[in-house]
Design a protein around this ligand. Structure first.
Ligand SMILES: NC(=O)C1=CN([C@@H]2O[C@H](COP(=O)(O)OP(=O)(O)OC[C@H]3O[C@@H](n4cnc5c(N)ncnc54)[C@H](OP(=O)(O)O)[C@@H]3O)[C@@H](O)[C@H]2O)C=CC1
Ligand SMILES: Nc1nc(=O)c2c([nH]1)NC[C@@H]1CN(c3ccc(C(=O)N[C@@H](CCC(=O)O)C(=O)O)cc3)C=[N+]21
Length: 283
């Protein structure tokens, strides 16, 4: 079997077009949707990612401002800036790029963002809303994975979904979203025994670990859907996921590539959350 590709670039483009339409509608009502991105320090990957986010926003008609600060910025100054943005009615979304410098407490920083502007969905109030099924912002990466399953018309009801990874920003919220769609969910992590015996039972596997070849062909049930969240570099320095793509594509029914899979979808869902924040504020 050769798996069908789930094209994250194409789907993200579609979503950006939908957001552009909603942006036009808000502008017609005199509201300019606006996202503030805060970057602390000079991490090259973070610089690239935040530039991408600004470009995506601008192309969609959203206004994004990138504020950069030196790694030495005192935490209190960052918190003060976030509070000012919370109070600014012209700003609808606030994103603090992670990771933050070591002297900062990222939990404290995220909890300072107003939940109404938490377009990353990282605030405890956002996590709680997802857990109990109340309206709130969903973290962009698992939300994007769910949209990819929707795009292929996949019905999760009663299916066995195995999530590898239990982070607060990917694995845990992914598990809750799949549960919300009536899947039977298994969450695996570094202490899981016999990962292969679990993944072999899965109709859907989401790999969110950050290590190459966590999922190989011998671990996948024929026809399964494989979603690869990982962002790693191979020996040649090329971007690759957690999944052994070359091997797994012969077994899986559907597979997402890296690059061009979950990454662009994460960025698209940030725009969705931002336009939603602006629409709620204008309601
Ligand atoms: N495409 C995108 O848009 C995004 C991609 N990413 C990428 O996704 C990956 C995961 O990110 P994130 O969730 O933040 O990472 P974390 O490092 O926070 O979490 C990794 C998880 O993987 C688990 N794990 C580690 N080793 C194994 C193993 N051998 N078998 C099974 N589970 C294991 C860890 O277990 P334990 O809890 O026991 O330590 C942990 O739960 C990274 O490559 C990251 O770069 C992240 C965000 C967005
Ligand atoms: N507050 C915050 N929110 C985040 O959402 C956040 C963060 N901090 N810190 C870092 C991680 C990582 N992340 C990615 C998003 C898109 C791609 C992406 O678009 N990847 C492209 C390739 C990009 C490239 O060429 O490097 C792709 O997979 O095709 C990658 C990684 C968001 N994160």
């Amino acid at each position: 079997m050769t798996a069908q590709l789930i094209d994250g670039n194409a789907l993200a483009k579609q979503i950006r077009e939908e957001v552009a339409g909603r942006t036009q509608a808000l502008k017609a009502r005199g509201v300019q949707p606006r996202l503030s991105i805060l970057l602390v320090g000079e991490d090259p990957a973070s610089q690239v990612y935040t530039k991408h986010k600004v470009n995506d926003s601008t192309q969609t008609g959203l206004e994004a401002t990138l504020e950069t600060y030196p790694a030495t910025l005192p935490e209190a100054d960052l918190l003060a800036r976030i509070r000012a943005l919370n109070e600014d009615p012209s700003v609808h979304g606030i994103l603090v790029q992670l990771p933050l410098p070591k002297h900062m407490d990222s939990h404290k920083v995220i909890e300072t963002i107003s939940p109404a502007k938490d377009v990353d969905g990282f605030h405890v109030a956002s996590a709680g809303a997802l857990m109990v099924g109340q309206p709130g912002f969903w973290p962009c990466t698992p939300y994007g994975c769910l949209k990819m399953l929707d795009a292929i018309g996949y019905d999760l009801t009663g299916k066995h979904a195995v999530v590898i990874g239990r982070s607060n920003i990917v694995g845990k919220p992914m598990a809750l979203m799949l549960l919300g769609r009536d899947a039977t969910v298994t969450v695996c992590h570094s202490r899981t025994r016999d990962l292969k015996s679990l993944t072999l039972q899965a109709d859907v596997v989401v790999a969110a670990v950050g290590k190459r070849n966590v999922l190989t062909a011998d671990m996948v049930k024929p026809g399964a859907v494989v979603i690869d969240v990982g962002m790693n570099r191979n020996d040649e320095g090329k971007l690759c996921g957690d999944v052994d793509f070359a091997g797994v594509q012969d077994v899986a029914g559907w597979i997402t590539p890296v690059p061009g899979g979950v990454g662009p979808m994460t960025r698209a869902m940030l725009l969705v959350n931002t336009i939603q924040a602006a629409e709620r504020a204008a309601a």
